[in-house]
Design a protein around this ligand. Structure first.
Ligand SMILES: Nc1nc2c(ncn2[C@@H]2O[C@H](COP(=O)(O)OP(=O)(O)OP(=O)(O)O)[C@@H](O)[C@H]2O)c(=O)[nH]1
Length: 297
C-alpha cells in the first residue's frame, strides 16, 4: 500500500473555531484535550486516518520574547504555522471577517513557503455574498492554493477539507502505527502535563531544553500504568530534577498523577524516569524535538 503521512498546522485567531473543526476532522476519539503551556513546541491535536493517508494536526506555539536559541527557533516556526508542517491551514471566522488579528496573521502567512489553504468557518451564520467577498479579500493579500467553506459545528464541508489534506501530505510511511493512533493523544497529553509540572517547580533552575516522553500507556484492571522519561541535557540537571532524596521528582510525580487521574477518571500509576540526552536541542531530527515517538523497526 502506498502510504502517505504529514503534518498540518492549523492557525486561527481565538474563537475562529479551531477546536470545533479539529473535533470534526478527527472525531472526538483522537482529539487531544487542549492543555496549553508556554513550553509547548508543537502539540499534536489529533490524527486523522483517511484510507492510506495519516494526517497529523498540530498546534503551533504562541509568540513570546525569544531569548535562547531554541526559543528563537520556536518563534520562527510559530508564525509559519511550524516550518516543520507540510501544509498550513488558516482558519477564519466568516462572521467576524478579516479583523485586525486575522489580517496580522494573513500578512505573516505571505512568508510561509508550504502550501496554504484558507478555511472560512461558520458559514451557517453568513450569506454567500459575504463568503465570496471574504475569499477575494484574503486571496488578494496572500494567495491560497485552495479556499474551503465549512461549518465546523454542523460538519458541512469538513470532509472535503480532510480529503484535500489527505491527498496533499507527502508519500511516506506513517509516523504512528495505525493501532497506536487512539492512544497517542493520551500519551501526548500526559507528557504535556508532566512537562508543565517540571517547569512549574523548576523553571528558575532548569533550562528550556528538558522534555518529557510517555514511553508506556497501558490500560490495566485497576487503572492506567503510565511510564515517562524526563530528558535533561546534563547530569547536573538530572540532580536538580531528582532533588534532595528524590523529593522534587516525587512532588512532580504526585502533581502530574493527580491531574491525570482527574482527566482519565480512574487510578493512574505514574512512573517517572530521568535521563540525560546531551545536545538534544541541537538535534535536527524534527520529530524528536516535537516529542513524537517513532515506531520501531
Ligand atoms: N455557528 C457556528 N459556530 C461555531 C462554528 N464553529 C465553531 N463555532 C463556535 O465558535 C466558538 C469558538 O469555537 P472553538 O472551537 O472553541 O474556537 P477555537 O478557535 O478553538 O478557540 P480557542 O481555543 O480560543 O483558540 C464556540 O462557541 C463554537 O461553538 C460553526 O461552524 N458555526
Amino acid at each position: 500500500m502506498a502510504t502517505r503521512a504529514g503534518f498540518v498546522a492549523l492557525i486561527g485567531a481565538p474563537n475562529a473555531g479551531k477546536s470545533t473543526l479539529l473535533n470534526s476532522l478527527v472525531g472526538s476519539k483522537v482529539s487531544i484535550v487542549t492543555h496549553k503551556v508556554q513550553t509547548t513546541r508543537a502539540l499534536i491535536r489529533g490524527i486523522a486516518m483517511v484510507d492510506e493517508a495519516q494526517v497529523i494536526f498540530v498546534d503551533t506555539p504562541g509568540i513570546f520574547k525569544p531569548r535562547r536559541r531554541l526559543d528563537r527557533a520556536m518563534v520562527t516556526t510559530a508564525w509559519g504555522g511550524a516550518a516543520d508542517a507540510d501544509l498550513v491551514a488558516f482558519l477564519v471566522d466568516a462572521k467576524k471577517g478579516l479583523d485586525e488579528a486575522a489580517l496580522a496573521v494573513l500578512d505573516k502567512l505571505a512568508e510561509v513557503r508550504q502550501p496554504k489553504i484558507l478555511i472560512l468557518n461558520k458559514i451557517d451564520l453568513v450569506k454567500r455574498d459575504t463568503l465570496l467577498a471574504l475569499t477575494a479579500e484574503a486571496n488578494a493579500r496572500t494567495p491560497f492554493e485552495a479556499t474551503f467553506m465549512v461549518s465546523a459545528l454542523d460538519g458541512s464541508g469538513v470532509e472535503d477539507v480532510l480529503k484535500w489534506f489527505a491527498g496533499k501530505v507527502p508519500a511516506g510511511p506513517w509516523m504512528f502505527p495505525d493501532d497506536q493512533v487512539s492512544d497517542l493523544p493520551m500519551r501526548m497529553l500526559a507528557a504535556e502535563i508532566t512537562r508543565e509540572k517540571v517547569f512549574l517547580r523548576l523553571h528558575e533552575e532548569l533550562p528550556y531544553e528538558s522534555t518529557v516522553e510517555t514511553e508506556l500507556w497501558k490500560e490495566q484492571k485497576n487503572g492506567v500504568r503510565v511510564e515517562q522519561t524526563i530528558y535533561v541535557a546534563r547530569e547536573s540537571q538530572k540532580a536538580i530534577v531528582l532533588g534532595n532524596k528524590g523529593e522534587t521528582i516525587k512532588a512532580i510525580s504526585m502533581a502530574a498523577r493527580k491531574e491525570l487521574t482527574e482527566i482519565v477518571e480512574r487510578p493512574v500509576h505514574l512512573f517517572l524516569f530521568v535521563k540525560v540526552r546531551e545536545n538534544w536541542s541541537d538535534d535536527p531530527e524534527r520529530y524528536r524535538e516535537m516529542g513524537l515517538e517513532f515506531p520501531k523497526g
